[in-house]
Write a protein that binds this ligand. Structure first.
Ligand code: NI
Length: 132
């Protein structure tokens, strides 16, 4: 499988403060901040040089994003890849040692498209995003 990169997920403590700093580096916000209630995060997408970065701010103390930031500081949280067939790609990756760590669900910050998070010890956390 050759999977195209859709965005880089980046964990931050405060979206508003981080947007300002990313703007200094030449990023532009692509839309409004979206509240992802089920995942207990707020999300906004930025763009620079055709690369999309998703800022993810935890909204709850029990969010895994929160503990990640406390442990490592702000930084890359996942890389998201596009796929036309979510189940099929997930099956292929499972055979290569990637383990699903969520069920397939809709992502409100990406037009409610279906996503699945998987993990491998070698690549860390990845997100699969179903595209038309
Ligand atoms: Ni993402």
């Amino acid at each position: 499988v050759k999977l195209r990169i859709h965005h880089i997920g980046y964990a931050v403590s405060s979206i508003e403060k981080s947007i300002q700093k990313f703007e200094v580096l030449g990023y532009t916000a692509m839309g409004e901040v979206v509240d992802d209630v089920s995942r207990k995060v707020r999300i906004v997408f930025l763009e620079n040089s055709g690369v999309h970065v998703e800022l993810i701010e935890p909204t709850s103390n029990d969010s895994p994003v929160k503990s990640l930031i406390e442990k490592n500081g702000p930084g890359t949280y996942h890389i998201c890849y596009e796929t036309k067939g979510l189940e099929e790609t997930a099956n292929k990756l499972s055979k290569q040692g990637f383990k699903p760590i969520t069920s397939i669900s809709a992502a409100p910050a990406i037009d409610d498209r279906r996503v699945l998070f998987m993990y491998s010890r070698e690549c860390g956390l990845i997100e699969l995003l179903e595209v038309g």
